[in-house]
Design a binder for this molecule. Structure first.
Ligand SMILES: Cc1cc2nc3c(=O)[nH]c(=O)nc-3n(C[C@H](O)[C@H](O)[C@H](O)COP(=O)(O)OP(=O)(O)OC[C@H]3O[C@@H](n4cnc5c(N)ncnc54)[C@H](O)[C@@H]3O)c2cc1C
Length: 471
């Protein structure tokens, strides 16, 4: 059995504490290789696959390159089409994966190599340096409270501050910290050492080295998710990241979130004033084959309507404008969600593209055209939110090359057959799920996570049957 630790999460909006088991390799390797599966990427997709497989009695190693699991959903405020709190939906699942006796979490880890065959792969893993000995750390958080180094918070998408020793979020699973070497005063200047001095169990290890290990598994599920298009460097017409009140949709999720940098208050990043006029621009970098991405990012129409509604719930007399090309709302209940946004929240949808954003005094000037009336439009906004294209995560192509799977020109992994084998790859025993295969919402991501786990189980039971027939 692995180590028992205490975790705090949210269930139905209320904090809950549970004891989680983080297994060790001995548990994982106690079953034959054809009963072991690796899941690469611990977002909602990978978590769903891992828990399904664990419930079916398989041993699962869930690998994520970040210090904790949860993926992008952990950064969301509320989710369409039901507007329920993302963390209340996700935290019980991250805790379940951490607690599951058949799921071994391997965070801060990346896949470096693969050999073998379906039913018996050997995967090489690099364990990154965390500077904290997690075998000793109890997750008490004293080091985080005492750390004097403050810097921009990655989890808050640069909108908040974090210490140099940190967990990604208060609900992190595993809830153990890592040190950001570039921001730690001890590691950069040789001064400080406050975390080491304050740690009651001497878990801080400034000398920690990268380590490598190999593990044998019967099948692999890849669920490495998505990132946001680099609009700051690629779209100077939208201010290139230099206008503080122009942010992207994922950053806006943090502004909307009660646990975010403004505790959900709709205030401007530049001066903290209440946002009264807000402009949302859809298809930023998507559906633009000439200069950016040709594909539709598929969830932006829905999350923009959600953003507009949540903003109006906070600022009843605020004015919302949404620039759109057309509205794509193909999920169950999605069209009703859009219609409600228009009729009940008095959101003004403008069909057209925005050519330019620039700063004038404390306003962001939005220059565009209404393509239905043919008129030019200029709006003085307090804040502009860009529904930027979604792209495969960094390092996806390198991972595909290691695993021997294919990717398209945009870097999304290619399935064996889009209609009938959307979670299979050209490599038997390696499956795909979630946004790394193509952009999709949470419902489709989780469904594909379950589909991939079923396919892995089908393969492994056929491997077992063949072995039995051979003896
Ligand atoms: C602004 C915004 C709002 C949204 N709102 C909604 C909503 O309201 N409702 C809805 O249904 N959908 C919404 N979505 C879509 C939703 O976020 C996705 O459907 C969901 O997060 C996809 O989950 P995933 O597990 O496939 O990917 P991710 O959440 O991206 O998780 C991927 C995981 O893989 C890890 N990883 C990446 N590369 C590697 C690697 N090489 N090795 C190991 N680990 C790796 C990452 O660290 C991460 O933990 C929204 C999206 C955005 C951008």
């Amino acid at each position: 059995m692995g180590e028992l630790i205490e975790l705090t999460g949210l269930k139905d909006g209320e904090p809950v504490t549970c004891v989680a088991v983080f297994g060790d390799h001995a548990d994982f390797e106690s079953v034959p290789v054809d009963r072991r599966v690796m899941v690469i990427g611990g977002g909602i997709t990978g978590i769903t696959s891992a828990v399904d497989l664990g419930n079916a009695g398989y041993q699962v190693m869930l690998v994520d390159r970040l210090p904790s699991i949860g993926g992008r959903m952990l950064q969301l405020s509320e989710t369409f089409p039901t507007l329920d709190c993302a963390q209340c939906t996700l935290t019980p699942r991250t805790v379940e994966s951490g607690q599951h006796p058949n799921v071994l979490l391997k965070t801060s880890c990346e896949v470096e190599g693969l050999k073998g065959e379906p039913g018996d792969f050997t995967v090489s893993i690099r364990q990154k340096i965390t500077y904290v000995d997690w075998n000793k750390c109890t997750g008490c958080g004293t080091c985080i409270q005492k750390c004097p180094s403050q810097s921009i918070a990655l989890f808050e998408r640069d909108a908040g501050r974090m210490t140099a020793i940190y967990t990604l979020s208060p609900q992190a699973v595993p809830n153990k910290p890592v040190i950001d070497a570039e921001r730690c005063r001890y590691l950069t200047l040789g001064k400080c050492g406050v975390c080491a001095k304050s740690c009651p169990v001497e878990a801080i290890d400034y000398e920690q080295q990268e380590s490598f290990f190999e593990v044998r598994v019967g099948a692999i599920i890849v669920s490495t998710g998505f990132d946001i298009y680099d609009w700051k460097n690629k779209m100077p017409e939208y201010g290139g990241g230099n206008i503080p009140d122009v942010i992207d949709g994922l950053t806006f999720e943090r502004y909307l979130s009660a646990s975010g940098p403004t505790a959900g208050a709709m205030i401007r990043p530049s001066d903290g004033k209440l946002v009264k006029d807000i402009v949302f621009i859809q298809c930023v970098g998507s559906r633009n084959p000439e200069f950016h991405k040709a594909y539709c990012s598929r969830v932006c129409c829905m999350y923009t309507a959600k953003h507009a509604r949540l903003y109006k719930h906070g600022v009843h007399d605020g004015q919302v404008y949404i620039f759109y090309i057309d509205i794509r709302s193909t999920g169950k209940g999605y069209e009703q969600f859009i219609q409600q946004s228009v009729s009940e929240e008095e959101i003004l949808y403008i069909r057209g593209r925005v050519a330019k954003l620039h700063r004038d005094g404390d306003k962001v000037m939005v220059q565009g055209a209404d393509t239905l009336t043919g008129k030019k439009i200029e709006i003085a906004a307090d804040m502009v939110v860009l529904a930027a294209a979604m792209v495969p995560n960094d390092g996806a192509k390198e991972l595909a090359d290691i695993l021997g799977i294919n990717y398209n020109d945009d870097g999304f992994f290619i399935e064996d057959n889009y209609k009938l084998a959307s979670v299979e790859t050209g490599q038997q025993g390696i499956y795909l799920a979630g946004c790394c295969q193509g952009i999709k919402d949470i419902a489709d991501s989780a469904a594909q996570g379950s589909a991939a786990s079923s396919k892995a189980m089908v393969l492994l039971s056929s491997v077992r049957r063949q072995k039995q027939e051979a003896v």
